[in-house]
Design a binder for this molecule. Structure first.
Ligand code: ADP
Length: 229
């Protein structure tokens, strides 16, 4: 099995591309969904956040008020770091769990949908391929304003908080340019899908796993024979 990192910028079209890949039958692990899951009541990250930021960060339902927490960490980098130290390990554990599930199910590759793949940069070394969903800056701005109902200044501030797409493009192994129509994007996704389907990179991991299983089986057999005799 091998891993594919899918990333983009805000409103560049990553969700649109991920939806096409899912429709084609790919295994996609969504870091955003997991990030929301691990801060739900009952999870370790939730407990730690409440301990560090106080119960005033909670809504009546016991869930974390993401907007309130967001505005605290937006202006205070050390608090953002603290929050990340609670959430990132839990997110990565859950991503690993879901990836292993797909491995056991026999998927040859898993796509990890990670919005800040290049910003955090801790996971890129595990990716066989990295894919950036690109969109030209004016189109990105207008799609973000339309989707989120933002003013131009608000949308520009959100885009400015991320690494520019042109910079991410230099770091990506593959680029899907989503500046045009959805049809044009779809045909690029189909090409990427064929490339991933035709790749034989999964064989190495299968071979190593099979060798490990056979080796372990042999060891157990050897030990049993010695214990019995
Ligand atoms: P992201 O997941 O990167 O934030 P989305 O996939 O949600 O971005 O796309 C942002 C917005 O732009 C959405 O409203 C989506 O419907 C729209 N959109 C995405 N791709 C296209 C396209 N090729 N043409 C027109 N609108 C698009």
């Amino acid at each position: 099995m091998f891993l594919v990192g899918l990333t983009g910028g805000i409103a560049s079209g990553k969700s649109t591309v991920a939806a096409v890949l899912r429709e084609l039958g790919c295994a996609v692990v969504d870091a955003d969904v997991i990030a929301r899951q691990v801060v739900q009541p009952g999870f370790l990250a939730h407990q730690r956040i409440v301990c560090a930021f106080g119960p005033e960060i909670l809504m009546e339902s016991g869930e974390i008020n993401r907007e309130a927490l967001g505005s605290i960490v937006f202006s205070q980098p050390e608090k953002r770091q603290l929050l990340n130290s609670f959430t990132h390990p839990e997110i990565q554990k859950e991503m690993l769990k879901q990836t292993l599930k797909y491995f056991v199910l026999g998927y040859r590759y898993v796509i990890l949908d990670i919005p800040l793949l290049f910003e955090t940069n801790t996971l890129t070394r595990f990716m066989k391929h990295t894919v950036l969903v690109y969109c030209d800056p004016p189109t990105q701005l207008s799609r973000l304003m339309r989707r989120n109902g933002l003013t131009q200044a608000e949308a520009e501030a959100r885009i400015a908080a991320q690494l520019p797409l042109d910079q991410k493009a230099k770091m990506a192994g593959h680029i899907i340019d989503n500046s045009g129509s959805e049809e044009a994007t779809r045909s690029q996704v189909l090409k990427l899908h064929s490339l991933l389907e035709d790749s034989l990179d999964f064989i190495w991991v299968r071979l190593v796993a099979a060798t490990a299983v056979v080796g372990l089986g042999g060891l157990v057999y050897f030990l049993l024979r010695h214990l019995v005799s």
